[in-house]
Design a protein. Structure first.
Length: 98
C-alpha cells in the first residue's frame, strides 16, 4: 500500500547529484530519499550505477510531475560549467530555480 501512496504523490522535484567521477546527474522524483538510496545502491540509474557514491548538490522547489519533467530537461541541457557557476553563486541551502 505504501508504494501506491508514493506513486500518487503530486509533489515532484528536480535534483542534481555529483557522482564519484565528478560528473553531474540530473533527475526528477516524487520521493527524494528513496531515489538517493537507489542511486547509492546502484539500482536507480544505469548512469550512476558505476559512479557511486553520489552526493546531492541541489533540489528544486516542489512542483507537479509535468513541471518537474520539463525542468529536468532544461537543466540537462545546461553545460556543466554553467551549472557549477550557478551552484557556487547560490547559498548551499538554495534551490534550483525554473
Amino acid at each position: 500500500m505504501k508504494q501506491k501512496d508514493e506513486q500518487k504523490r503530486e509533489e515532484w522535484l528536480v535534483y542534481i547529484l555529483r557522482c564519484s567521477d565528478g560528473s553531474f546527474y540530473t533527475g526528477a522524483t516524487n520521493c527524494l530519499e528513496k531515489r538517493l538510496m537507489g542511486h547509492n545502491r546502484g539500482t536507480a540509474s544505469k548512469y550512476t550505477r558505476s559512479r557511486r557514491p553520489v552526493t546531492l548538490l541541489a533540489t528544486s522547489v516542489e512542483m507537479n510531475k509535468s513541471g518537474a519533467l520539463r525542468l529536468e530537461m532544461k537543466v540537462k541541457k545546461v553545460p556543466k560549467a554553467k551549472k557549477i557557476a550557478c551552484l557556487k553563486s547560490s547559498r548551499p541551502e538554495s534551490n534550483i530555480s525554473s
